[in-house]
Design a protein around this ligand. Sequence first.
Ligand code: AMP
Ligand code: GLY
Length: 428
Amino acid sequence: MNILLVGGGGREHALAWKMAQSHHCDNLFIAPGNPGTASIGTNVDIQVNDFVGLKNCVLENTIDMIVVGPEDPLVNGIYDYFAKEEDTKHVNVIGPSAEAAQMEGSKAYSKHFMQRHAIPTATYAEFTHTNYAEGLDYIKAHTLPIVLKADGLAAGKGVIIAFTHQEALTSFEEMIQNKQFGEASSKVVIEQFLEGIEVSVFALTDGFTYQIIGHAKDYKRIGEGDTGLNTGGMGCVSPVPFMDEDFMKKVEDRIIKPTIKGIQSENLTYKGFVFFGLMNCGGEPYVIEYNCRLGDPETEVILPRLQTDLVSLLAAADNGTLEDVNIEYNPGSFATVMAVSGGYPGDYKKDFPIHGLTDAVTVPGTLVFQAGTGFKEDAIVTKGGRVLTTTAQGSTLQDAVANAQKALAKIQFEGMYFRKDIGYEFAS
Ligand code: AMP
Ligand code: GLY
């Protein structure tokens, strides 16, 4: 079949790499892609929210399946757009409907959903300008720390963890009165702080049944020892040592099954990935958030670890056979280490040439996935904060991290930075 992959980051490079291995994949197009995906399929210069442009591409290239990487087009209704048009409704779009994408697009929507289906999550309340004064009282009476979340999508910046009441009150005012995140913060969810270790679990659903396709621990802070500012993710390991059978059974019984049952009982159209952002609080899993897509850089470890053919899986989600698929994993551990531009997640410069990409892939068992890269004439240069990631397999988690670092050591660009302690808490 012909596949159109929507997106252009490290997650999409990993998706392209995995899907291209399938004998079901004839032609792969990536919109807009990056220099990494250009070496696997055909990049088409169409932005992810340009649905008309994507439709033209679908018709011109007789696309059978669209795989949507980022959340933006999903929340904006890409699924519904293709489903409602006569000439594209046969296309298998992997992603939820706009309504179901509210699981990620609105924090309040997802909290209501969890409450309706008794899914463990932090206690919360929600506020707008109409009950602003109540919000102030709620904050003053709340234990610390306290978590404030802009309701809508805020490019990963809409969550504030306040350690004093004053900080929480100021953030609340910024969000609601001063529209810090525009419309996204016209509603604010205030919730209990959950103490624990954060992990990501990924499932593929057709809205009725599901398959778990992997899990990972993402290292979100810029600094070693989990210090400094939050980023999109600086590296991941998979599998996670504490996510044993016992813990995963709790995750499935208390979280995944009730979520899929909830999607079904509410008649939500959801054929796509569900990303469960979880907190392991002393062995008990709680939902921090739902995302309606795969994670980045989680995808860069879970797909290399997944042995099962991804295109077959995605086809099964479309034709009602998802339950019959056998999920298999490659042996050993996997790690990915992200190289970022100097200054990220603050301001950084772009357009620096990247050296050593071909050398890096000569390290056995390693892969390079490009994220914020671009072409400048024939050279590959930096174009974003998170530039590229190296993924490696190892017989142990430590070996996997060491191999990923070995590959990264062959790559250079001006200002390059990466965390050298990915997986540190699991070192024996
Ligand atoms: P989100 O945008 O929901 O992913 O939140 C960003 C980050 O804030 C999460 O990845 C967590 O690290 C942290 N966070 C969000 N909610 C909570 C919570 N209730 N307790 C502790 N940390 C949280
Ligand atoms: N790495 C976290 C995310 O993709 O949201």
